[in-house]
Design a protein around this ligand. Structure first.
Ligand code: ATP
Length: 338
C-alpha cells in the first residue's frame, strides 16, 4: 500500500475543532486504494514521557478489514499507542506504518483516510444532525452520502434535531457519523460505548459490525470485555507498556484449553465418581476444575445414567474473557510472563 497524493489532487488543509484540541485534516488527498493486506504494522514501538516509559517495545499487525481491539488497564499505554498511529503523538523508537504511511512524517496523506471517534465531541451544539454531517462531508474529497451515514449510525429519526438536544449516546453516534462520512479506510474508536444504556450499546455494536461489512478496518479501545468478545476478530492486551497476550477473543490466553469448571448437585446420599474429585459446597453443589472436560463429563454423566440419577443444575463453565484478561494484566503489571 502506498502513501501518496493521487495525481492532480491539491492539498486543502481543513481544521476540525475538538473540545480539547484542534485537529488538522488535509483534504483532497488519496491513497492508492490498492489491495494491500496489512492496514497497520508496528515494530518495536517505544514512547516515554520523561521518566515514565508508557510504551516499551510494542509489535502489532492489523490486517485490512479486521476489527481489532486494544485492551489494557488504566495507564497501560493504549492511548499513547493509538495517538502515535493516528499521527497525533511522536514516537521515540520503532517502525510504524498505517495504510502504507508513516504517521509521523506523512500525516497529511494519512489523515483523510482515517476516521477517529473520540470520547468527547466538539461539534457545534446549535446545528442539526444533518447540517453537522453535511458540513463535515464537505471537507472530504471522498465521501459517503450524508443520509446513508446518518441511517447507518441509527440517527435517522433525529436528522433534524439540534446537537444540543441529543442524548449522550446519540452524540457519540453523531461522532461516528462524522468519522464515517469521509469514507475512511481505517476507523479508530476510543471506548465507543462508554455511557450507553444496554440497548444503545447493542445498536452501536451493530453499527461497528456494519462498518466491517463495508470493508473498513476498525481499531477499538475498550474496557468492556463483552464488547471485545462480541466485536473483535482479534484482541491485543497491553499492560505496563507491553503486549502480554494476543489472539481471537475465544482463544486468548489459551482460554479455550485452560481448565474448565464443572458444577452440579448430586442427589443427597449419592457419591459422585471418585475419579472426578471436586469440592462439595455448603449449598450441596459439587465444583471441580478439569483439564479434560469431555472425559470428565463422560465419567460423570455415565455414572448418573447408570444409576438413574438427575444431575441438578449441571453447568460447564469456561473462563470468561474477563477472567483471562484479569489474570494476564495482573501478571503484566508484576512484569511477569503471561
Ligand atoms: P486509560 O485506560 O486510563 O486511558 P491508557 O492505557 O490509555 O490508559 P496512556 O494514556 O497511554 O494509558 O498512559 C500511559 C502512561 O503514560 C501512564 O502512566 C500515563 O500517566 C502516562 N502519560 C500519558 N500521557 C502523558 C503525558 N502527556 N505526559 C506525561 N505522562 C503521560
Amino acid at each position: 500500500m502506498l502513501c501518496e497524493l493521487a495525481s492532480g489532487d491539491m492539498p486543502n488543509r481543513l481544521r476540525h475543532r475538538r473540545s480539547t484540541q484542534t485537529v488538522e485534516v488535509a483534504g483532497d488527498v488519496r491513497g492508492d486504494g490498492g489491495a494491500a493486506s496489512v492496514a497497520v504494522s508496528v515494530r518495536g514501538l517505544r514512547k516515554a514521557y520523561g521518566p515514565v516509559e508508557a510504551v516499551r517495545g510494542i509489535d502489532l499487525e492489523i490486517p485490512v478489514g479486521q476489527i481489532f481491539a486494544l485492551l489494557g488497564p488504566n495507564g497501560a499505554g493504549k492511548t499513547t499507542t493509538v495517538e502515535i498511529l493516528e499521527g497525533y503523538r511522536s514516537r521515540d523508537a520503532g517502525e510504524v506504518e498505517v495504510l502504507g504511511c508513516d504517521p509521523a512524517s506523512e500525516r497529511s496523506q494519512l489523515r483523510p483516510r482515517i476516521g477517529i471517534v473520540f470520547q468527547s465531541t466538539g461539534v457545534e451544539p446549535y446545528l442539526t444532525v444533518r447540517e453537522t454531517v453535511t458540513m463535515y462531508a464537505s471537507l472530504y474529497p471522498r465521501r459517503r452520502a450524508v443520509d446513508e451515514v446518518i441511517e447507518v449510525v441509527g440517527l435517522g429519526e433525529k436528522r433534524d434535531e439540534r446537537v444540543v438536544r441529543l442524548s449522550g449516546g446519540q452524540q457519540r453516534r453523531l461522532e461516528m457519523a462524522i468519522a464515517l462520512v469521509g469514507d475512511p479506510d481505517l476507523l479508530f474508536l476510543d471506548e465507543p460505548t462508554t455511557g450507553f444504556d444496554p440497548a444503545a450499546r447493542r445498536e452501536a455494536w451493530e453499527v461497528v459490525r456494519s462498518l466491517a461489512g463495508l470493508g473498513k478496518t476498525v481499531v477499538l479501545t475498550t474496557h468492556y470485555m463483552d464488547e471485545a468478545q462480541y466485536l473483535a476478530d482479534r484482541v491485543v492486551v497491553i499492560s505496563a507498556g507491553r503486549v502480554v497476550a494476543e489472539g481471537p477473543p475465544s482463544t486468548l490466553g489459551l482460554r479455550d484449553s485452560k481448565g474448565v469448571r464443572i458444577r452440579f448437585r448430586p442427589p443427597s446420599g449419592s457419591e459422585p465418581p471418585a475419579s472426578l474429585g471436586g469440592v462439595t459446597r455448603v449449598d450441596g453443589f459439587v465444583e471441580v476444575t478439569v483439564e479434560e472436560p469431555v472425559v470428565a463429563l463422560h465419567d460423570l454423566t455415565g455414572w448418573a445414567i447408570e444409576r438413574g440419577l438427575p444431575l441438578e443444575g449441571l453447568e460447564v463453565i469456561r473462563p470468561s474473557l474477563e477472567d483471562v484478561y484479569l489474570a494476564l494484566t495482573r501478571q503484566g503489571e508484576k512484569g511477569g510472563e503471561p
